[in-house]
Structures are given as C-alpha cells and as structure tokens.
Design a protein around this ligand. Structure first.
Ligand code: HEC
Ligand code: HEC
Ligand code: HEC
Ligand code: HEC
Ligand code: HEC
Length: 361
C-alpha cells in the first residue's frame, strides 16, 4: 500500500508538481528517491516510525509528525479540515514524497507553534516547521509552575520535555517562546542570517536532510573548515577565554555549565541530587549515590526525578531544549546562548554558580 502510494506520488510529481525536464536537469527523480530512502524521513525502521507498532496505530496527538498520512490529515490534503488531525494514523508510513509535495503543503504559509503564536513562512520550508517545532513552550512551563514558590519542591511537578530537535522554534526564537524565556528579559527573534541560507531547505537538502557542504558557506565564513567552526561574534560569552572556537563551542560550554549548575542547585536547595541521561526517558533521575552521573540501575522510570522546584524545572527545560537541538548554533545561535545564560543566572540566585567572565548577547 505504501509503495503503491509512493509510485503514484512520483508519477504525479513528475507530471504535475515538477516539470520533468527541469527535474532531470537539476536532480533526477531516481537520485531523489534514493537519497530520500537513505534519509531519516524514509527510514521506516527508525524509532520515530516504529514506536507505535505494538499499539497498531499512531495516536492522533503524534500522527501529524510521525506519519506521512497523519501530516496529510493535518494539512487537510486528504479533504479533511486543515489544522487538526481527525484520528489515529496507520503505522508504517514514514514521511514520503506526497507528505511534502501536495497542494496544501505548497499553499501552507501559517505555522502555529505550541505557544499558540502563528508565524508566516512563504518558502517551501513551511512544511518542515509543522513537524520540527517541539511540543512545549515557555507558556506550558509557566502554566505548570504557576503559583508555586520558586524554591519550594512540588511533588506534582514532572519534567517537561520540549520533544526533539525543535529547530523551527529555535529559528523563530523569542517570537514563539519555544525555549523557556525568563520574565523581564528580551530574546532574539528570527535568525535572519543571509537570504541564500535562511530557510530549512536551503541549508538542508530536503531529501537527504543533510546540511549542505561547508564550501557553500566559506565565501562568507572564510577559513572555516567545518560548519561547526563558523563564528562571527567576537564576544566571549561562555567566559572560557577562547574567542576563536566556533559559535557552537560557546553554546556547548554554556550548556555544560548549565548541567553543572542544575546539579549544584538540586543538591544545595532541594537536598535531592539529580543527574541527566540523554538516552533514557524522562532524562532526569535521582542520583541516589550522588556520583554526578546516571548509573544503569538509576536510569529506570520509577527513579525519575520528582523533587522539582519551579526554578529547577525551567532550567532543566532549557537544558533539554539545547541538548536535543544540535543545530541550535546555526538555527539561532544567540537565542540559544540567551536561554543557557538566563537559566544559569536564575540558578545562581540560589546556588554558588560562577558566571565570572560570561556575558549575555
Ligand atoms: C511529517 C513531519 C516532518 C516533516 C514535514 C519534516 N520532518 Fe524532518 N523529521 C521528522 C521526523 C519524525 C524525523 C526523525 C526521523 C528518524 O528518526 O528517522 C525527522 C528527521 C529530520 C532530520 C534529521 C535529524 C537527525 O536526528 O538526524 C532533519 C535534518 C530534518 N528532519 C529536516 C527536515 C527538513 C529540512 C524538512 C522540510 C524540508 C523536514 N525535516 C520535514 C519529521 C518531519
Ligand atoms: C510537532 C511534531 C511532533 C509531534 C506532535 C510528536 N513528535 Fe515525536 N518527534 C518529532 C520529531 C521532529 C522527531 C525527530 C527529531 C530528530 O530526530 O531530529 C521526533 C522524535 C520522536 C521519537 C524518537 C526519539 C528517538 O530517540 O529517536 C519518539 C519516540 C517520539 N518522537 C515520540 C512521540 C510521541 C509518543 C508523540 C505523541 C504523544 C510524538 N512524538 C509527537 C516531532 C513530533
Ligand atoms: C520533507 C519534505 C520532502 C520530502 C519527503 C520530499 N521532498 Fe522533494 N522537495 C522538498 C522541498 C522543500 C523541495 C524544494 C522545493 C523548492 O525549493 O521550491 C523539493 C524539491 C523536489 C524536486 C525538485 C528538484 C529539486 O531537487 O529541487 C523534486 C523532483 C522532488 N522534490 C521530488 C521528490 C520525491 C520523488 C520525493 C520522494 C522520494 C520527495 N521529493 C520527497 C521537500 C520534500
Ligand atoms: C544556516 C543553516 C541552517 C538553517 C537555516 C537550518 N539548519 Fe538545521 N542544521 C544546520 C546545522 C549546521 C545543523 C547541525 C548539524 C550537525 O551538527 O550535525 C543543523 C541541525 C538540524 C537538525 C538536527 C540534525 C541532527 O543531526 O540531529 C534538524 C532536525 C534540523 N537542523 C532541522 C532544521 C529545520 C526544520 C530548519 C528550518 C526551521 C533548519 N534546520 C534550518 C543548519 C541549518
Ligand atoms: C553571504 C554570506 C554568508 C553565507 C554564504 C553564509 N553565511 Fe553564515 N553568516 C553570515 C552573516 C552576515 C552572519 C551574521 C548574522 C547575524 O548575526 O545576524 C552569519 C552568521 C552565521 C552563524 C553564527 C555565527 C556567530 O558567531 O554568531 C552561523 C553558525 C552561520 N552563519 C552558518 C552558516 C552556514 C552553515 C552557511 C552555509 C550553509 C553560511 N553560514 C553561509 C553570512 C553568510
């Protein structure tokens, strides 16, 4: 059924969506199909597509982003109401040609983010932003911590996971509040970058999903041997004295310091040590032996961290936001830095966090 649909979509692509001659000149359809099949979007065995196999269907709340058919439903491309998913989607439907190449996706210009903010995107990358936007926001974190004393443990609080690679939320920054934004602070908005590389599908090949080669970037970013070595900003924001490292290095140091500050705060303020495991859900666990790491016997769901204070929860939210968004340095570097910096500063009001030479952009 899946293959039948793919073939159909190919035929329609060749004759309707893309003039065949043009497609052959620039990028033959077969090459596109092959690169798509080898890509994460076409990987039918990936966790992102097999997670629901035992349930037998992808629930509506997950279907928009984890099923090509679910996206068609959300976009209204299947004749249903646009902007919502009507029900569960069948398993085994990765993000195929039709998911991105249909009239509704082409016409799509308004993207609603988890905060409720609606952004306009007129490029072909609008469809990417439907899925790569995360599932939580400043607003949902604030709703959870509302009314609580900042440093009082609340057993009703659970970790809030933004979900994975919320790249579009990072890119739009302050306007969509995908990271936890502290009251009274201002945040960078959309990372404008440069016209040739300011959308998802110009920096990423939409079919392989890989980032374009660094030689496309060095006309402006002279001397950068890898993309992660790119840097323009002169300020030493992470305070490590190195202003030659890529901007990615500024973010990773601040992120690491934030991890340390979270542990320090938990130990000193709640008296319940915490540790983070990037692979085990829900990521934050009681550090029972206080060795600073999650040991295999600690990485169990019943040992999930449950001693959240509002201040700790919002810092942990930003820690995870950045941990699961490896492209933040290219999507909106200074927004990422602001998130880490502000979380550090908030924790420093209660724990002995040294922010000595750090600076906020
Ligand atoms: C229907 C939802 C959906 C749409 C639309 C979508 N993606 Fe994805 N994307 C996903 C999912 C789910 C994965 C993870 C797939 C996997 O793990 O195999 C993913 C994976 C990726 C990855 C690889 C991430 C990694 O961990 O290596 C990149 C990069 C990416 N997408 C970029 C894009 C771009 C660019 C577009 C638009 C041209 C786009 N996506 C459109 C849902 C979507
Ligand atoms: C707004 C879009 C969106 C929604 C809704 C969504 N996800 Fe995802 N999810 C993604 C994207 C995008 C990725 C892949 C990120 C990447 O690898 O770059 C992902 C990845 C995952 C993964 C794979 C993580 C891994 O380690 O490979 C799981 C599991 C998952 N989601 C579960 C769920 C569940 C369960 C739901 C519903 C309750 C859900 N998602 C709803 C966008 C979404
Ligand atoms: C994740 C979304 C996505 C998926 C899946 C996808 N495409 Fe595309 N495709 C795009 C985007 C975005 C463009 C660029 C369109 C633009 O710039 O106007 C594009 C462009 C094209 C083009 C024009 C030539 C080119 O290279 O720019 C062809 C042909 C094409 N796609 C075919 C396919 C086929 C066949 C499949 C399935 C094997 C497929 N696409 C899957 C998003 C996608
Ligand atoms: C200025 C270029 C640029 C733009 C624009 C851009 N990206 Fe990225 N993206 C990158 C770089 C560089 C990385 C990091 C790749 C790495 O380090 O492996 C990345 C990483 C990612 C990842 C994670 C891949 C992984 O290996 O886990 C996803 C998903 C992603 N981008 C999606 C998007 C989406 C969706 C958009 C549009 C909202 C977008 N990107 C816009 C350059 C860009
Ligand atoms: C036409 C020139 C030009 C090209 C080509 C270009 N960039 Fe940029 N880039 C800039 C400018 C200008 C800035 C500063 C933008 C700002 O801060 O608002 C920048 C900033 C950046 C930054 C943040 C650096 C910092 O220190 O804050 C990253 C990362 C980046 N570009 C990645 C890329 C990647 C990846 C490519 C290739 C896909 C690329 N750029 C291609 C001009 C360019």
């Amino acid at each position: 059924m899946f293959y039948a649909r793919t073939v159909l979509s190919l035929v329609s692509l060749m004759f309707v969506a893309v003039p065949l001659a043009h497609a052959q000149e620039t990028s033959p359809v077969t090459a596109i199909v092959e690169s798509w099949m080898a890509s994460p979007h076409g990987d039918r065995k990936a966790e992102a597509f097999v997670h629901w196999n035992t349930e037998g269907e992808v629930p509506g709340e997950c279907a928009t982003c984890h099923s090509g058919l679910g996206l068609l439903d959300f976009l209204g491309a299947d004749g249903s109401t646009a902007g919502k998913v009507d029900g569960p989607a069948p398993i085994g439907s990765p993000i195929d040609c039709v998911a991105c190449h249909n009239q509704a996706a082409k016409d799509l210009q308004q993207i609603t983010f988890p905060s409720g903010e609606v952004m306009t995107e007129t490029s072909a990358s609008a469809v990417c932003m439907v899925c790569h936007q995360g599932r939580e926001s400043t607003d949902s974190v604030n709703a959870a911590i509302a009314g609580g004393e900042a440093d009082t443990t609340n057993g009703d609080l659970g970790f809030i996971n933004v979900h994975y690679a919320a790249s579009a939320a990072t890119m739009f920054g302050g306007s969509v509040r995908g990271g936890y934004q502290y009251e009274g602070k201002t945040y960078f908005q959309r990372f404008a970058h440069v016209p040739d590389f300011n959308t998802c599908a110009t920096c990423h090949d939409p079919h392989t999903t890989k980032v374009v080669a660094v030689d496309k970037c060095v006309t402006c970013h002279k001397g950068a041997e890898t993309i992660s070595a790119i840097r323009i900003t002169p300020a030493d924001m992470d305070g490590d004295g190195d202003v030659k490292e890529g901007i990615s290095g500024e973010i990773s140091t601040l992120h690491e310091k934030l991890g340390e500050a979270i542990q320090l705060y938990a130990k000193d303020v709640t008296g319940k040590p915490v540790a983070y495991d990037t692979h085990a859900y829900p990521y934050f666990f009681n550090d029972l032996n206080a060795n600073g790491a999650v040991d295999p016997e600690e990485a169990k769901f019943p040992n999930s961290y449950k001693s959240w204070t509002p201040r700790l929860l919002r810092a942990a939210y930003n820690y995870q936001f950045l941990a699961k968004e490896p492209g933040a340095y290219a999507h909106n570097p200074k927004y990422a830095i602001q998130l880490a910096y502000d979380s550090l500063e908030d924790l420093a009001s209660k724990a002995t966090v040294d922010m000595g030479a750090m600076s906020r952009p």
